[in-house]
Design a protein around this ligand. Structure first.
Ligand code: F0G
Length: 482
């Protein structure tokens, strides 16, 4: 049997700083053998691989942000009171400023529910939406995996209707399909959802025009419109670049949120925090026609599963970090450095000839796995994306397959795999963490395996292929291709 580990022997053009100077935090000096033993123990599942052995951890941009000095300083002032802590008041003020919504005062139009992270907010929302109802469908330009799971676990169909159009806003929703769905009397749509930026669809942005059109369609037909706003600031940056160049990020953000009736947000992304999430609901909208008690019910859910409404699942320190994060994230300087770094990394991968999805999104670069293995004998059911991410662990970079395996399903009756329309490996870039050389090192490692793509093994799932959210749980073996 071939020794696949030899494929990772090569001399990179760039060195990751943590690798050169192993005093850099979190990296434990180790050999390839250490990594191999750890990878085999983890069943080649990247989620189960110890982070201390990674050199460039691109598994997620979520909660992996390095806090700024301002955030660290603010966290020291965190008030850990049980009820209505000092930070909570500041958080409401900052939400008002950043999103242009009103939460304070007697005439506040919005209500906020804090959670420890976004999926807890999704769980709360979809439990209420699905309760006692049948045959519901929630369309989106691209549901994230946990959003999808939270919707479907509550007996609701999660439907992705992505626009196939070319252009700068590949994350857009397909409006014709949306209009047809909303006009279909047999389909019960409790709300329409739009993810900015569209993580599932290669992190692509959504135009303000698309958001406005979805909002108008919802208003005309009397449906609530919600945003999954995890990367709202990065999305605003693309709107400024490609659609409204004379507007500021602040103006675009406020305009975006003026269009929706509610939103969920993971503060672990554009909150620049390591923990935190929220659900915001506008009062008195069409949502309340079918769900008159939803605010009370959400409050009960929050109290029973997270904590007192004024801190939800967050500590006083977390709250202060978010207050500062929401100030920084909408500045042009921060967003320029963030998104242009991702772009420079994408450009370098592109120069190396690696097939990446273009234009680049805000938080990650996505490798097109089908194109990566084009002309080789690697088939989709060989899970080349898993094989690529598995072998890369031996050089240090940790990436994540978000394609044939993560979004595919195994049909136990037919014994066949059902594949999603796309097949990607994501290289998510943590915020404020890496320098460009660190990213280039990862690119060199990918290029090495790209050059040897004919020899890469297939990944055979030995555990968990039939499970829900299987990419978090599965185990694999690397085997020679048939
Ligand atoms: N929505 C989107 C678009 C997301 O990307 C995520 C998380 C969530 C919701 C859930 O947020 O983690 O706070 O519960 N995405 C991470 C990722 C995990 O790696 O893309 P959460």
């Amino acid at each position: 049997m071939a020794d696949f580990t030899k494929l990772t022997d090569f001399t990179p053009k760039h060195q990751h700083r943590a690798y050169v100077n192993s005093a850099v935090r979190f990296h434990t000096p180790c050999t390839k053998e250490d990594r191999l033993a750890a990878a085999i123990k983890a069943g080649w599942n990247v989620f189960q691989f110890p982070s201390k052995y990674t050199v460039g951890d691109f598994l997620s941009d979520s909660g992996t942000t390095t806090p700024t000095i301002e955030q660290l300083a603010a966290s020291l002032l965190g008030d850990e009171a049980y009820g209505t802590n000092w930070g909570y008041e500041q958080l409401l003020e900052q939400f008002e400023k950043t999103f242009g919504i009103t939460l304070l005062g007697n005439n506040a139009e919005w209500e906020i529910f804090l959670f420890h992270q976004c999926r807890a907010a999704e769980h709360a929302l979809f439990t209420q939406i699905g309760r006692g109802k049948k045959g519901l469908v929630i369309p989106s330009n691209g549901h994230f995996d946990t959003t999808h799971a939270n919707i479907e676990m509550n007996g609701i169909e999660a439907l992705d209707i992505v626009s196939k159009q070319d252009g700068k806003f590949l994350g857009n929703m397909n409006l014709n399909k949306l209009y047809r769905l909303l006009a279909n009397k047999k389909k019960k749509v409790p709300l329409v959802y739009c993810t900015i930026t569209n993580n599932t669809m290669a992190g692509q942005p959504v135009s303000l025009n698309n958001i406005a059109n979805i909002s108008d369609a919802c208003k005309t037909i009397g449906k609530p419109f919600f945003l999954d706003a995890c990367r709202f600031a990065e999305n605003a940056w693309f709107i400024k670049e490609n659609e409204f160049p004379t507007s500021t990020i602040e103006e675009i953000t406020r305009e975006t949120f003026s269009r929706c009736d509610g939103f969920t947000i993971s503060l672990k992304k554009d909150g620049l925090a390591n923990m935190g999430g929220a659900l915001c609901v506008k009062k008195g909208t069409v949502l309340f026609d079918k769900y008159p008690d939803i605010l009370d019910n959400l409050r009960d859910h929050q109290i029973c599963t997270e904590a007192h409404p004024t801190y939800g699942g967050m500590s006083g320190r977390d709250i202060m970090i978010v207050v500062e994060g929401l100030k920084t994230v909408i500045t042009q300087e921060y967003l320029d450095s963030r998104i242009l770094q991702v772009r420079a990394f994408g450009d370098y991968l592109n120069e190396l000839g690696i097939p990446v999805v273009k234009p680049f999104g805000g938080h990650a670069v996505y490798i097109d796995v089908d194109k990566f293995f084009e002309g080789t004998t690697m088939k989709r059911e060989d899970f080349g994306g898993i094989s690529l991410t598995a072998l890369l662990l031996l050089n240090g970079p940790r990436l994540c397959e978000l394609g044939a395996f993560a979004f595919g399903t195994y049909d136990q009756k037919t014994g066949k795999e059902k594949f999603p329309p796309f097949n990607y490996v994501r290289i998510a870039i943590p915020r404020n963490k890496y320098e460009i050389e660190d990213l280039f090192y990862a690119a060199d490692c990918i290029k090495n395996l790209y050059d040897k793509r004919n020899e890469l093994p297939r990944a055979v799932c030995t555990y968990g292929k039939e499970k829900t959210l299987r990419h978090f749980k599965a185990r694999f073996e690397l085997q020679e291709r048939k």
